[in-house]
Design a protein around this ligand. Sequence first.
Ligand SMILES: Cc1cc2nc3c(=O)[nH]c(=O)nc-3n(C[C@H](O)[C@H](O)[C@H](O)COP(=O)(O)OP(=O)(O)OC[C@H]3O[C@@H](n4cnc5c(N)ncnc54)[C@H](O)[C@@H]3O)c2cc1C
Length: 430
Amino acid sequence: MAEIVILGAGPTGISAAYHLEKKGFYDYKIFEKEPNIGGLCRSIRQDGFTFDFTGHLLHINDEYFRQFLQETINFEDFNNINRRSFVYSENTFTKYPYQINLHGLPTATIAQCLAGFIKRKKIRKKNKSFYDWVIENFGSGFAKYFFVPYQEKIFSYDIKKLSATWTGRFVPQTSLIEMINGALKDNETKIGYNSNFIYPKQGGINFWVNKIAEKIKNRVHTNFCVEKVDLVNKIVHFTNGEQENFKHLITTIPLDHLLNNLKEDSTTTLYRSANNLLCNSVINFNIGLKGNVSDKHWIYYPEKQYPFYRVGFWHNFSQLMAPEGHSSLYGEFSFLNKSNKYQNLILKKSLNHAYKLFEINTKDIVTQKVITIKHAYVIYNHWRDKHVPEILNILKTYNVNSIGRYGAWKYSSMQEAILDGKKVVDQIII
Ligand SMILES: Cc1cc2nc3c(=O)[nH]c(=O)nc-3n(C[C@H](O)[C@H](O)[C@H](O)COP(=O)(O)OP(=O)(O)OC[C@H]3O[C@@H](n4cnc5c(N)ncnc54)[C@H](O)[C@@H]3O)c2cc1C
């Protein structure tokens, strides 16, 4: 029996453990199903290349997060990087974000984007969709050329059914003057939460989580996969036959798994909800090759002809991500249907497009790695907005806090994962 049990050793679970110990509290146990910690912040080493589970870049927008990093890492182990990211459409590279970097696009596109922005109107209705939000904030031109095709690709979901509650700091807003400036000339202004970031000099993003975990005294119990959670008797059962009683449970495993794995007599309304929680999956393909494939950090692809929504370049985050004289790239495409039978076909098409776009001679390819991220982007539909807060509140009545990106079923960053771990500890240990 441990007073507090933590499920999952991704950044949120590790942060909860760190903050418990910071308060001098050691009567807790942390369990993780994989052999290694890190969750989505794991890294794979293959043939001298390091690949993360797609680009994982540390953005610092919060004062406590900065202070936490000062306590846990040495900033000298990280590169401090200013974003070089682009959008590729109509055979043109424009800087990201699209809305303030129209320069270089066909005149008709620029005219439609600016006119649409000027003519945009407030949409007066309850439960606005993400599409309504785009039309209201950016107008029909930006919707047509960037937001609609790009967001439908990343979410694999009809954006007229997507709610707008997640947009917050993820979609940078701007002014007409800034848009016109960016349409007339190359714009040096950088906006958005990801204009600057830090990234480990070596070891990929997993280096970062490992540095935090090094500060924790209690061991992480790896290879412990949750099989059932008995809310009433407060017991977690694991697939290896072990079990653990708890007084408080901090769970960071995906909420749909948790609900599906509740012991039947716990509460029926809760586990019936699991099937309504929607989340897409991402296929992340990685290529390590001879020579330098690009000097950019990443590129967004809104157009339908490209199956991927983004391609990025590991060696530009840190030169140690690839052996000397080599470079590496990653691409991402998403799908909603859990068993998408066309995945292999889409992957093949994606690789062929990547070879063409970046003039890759297949003879120069040293290694390739395909990673499936089963839970990637939570779908913010109106069902989620209404019911997830209710579900989380019901769980709290059993002393269960379901937190983190997938525990709270939300769109959030590594910074937020650390803050979520701190917040729950501050609530439990007063
Ligand atoms: C495509 C993509 C790109 C991203 N890029 C960025 C970025 O650039 N910058 C950024 O800040 N954030 C980024 N993120 C978000 C970031 O990955 C998450 O915010 C962060 O990993 C959330 O941490 P977590 O601990 O809540 O979840 P996770 O990292 O998913 O950790 C949950 C842990 O629970 C474990 N677990 C699951 N099921 C069980 C079970 N049954 N039993 C026991 N353990 C279990 C898992 O193995 C995992 O270790 C990105 C996310 C995605 C999907």
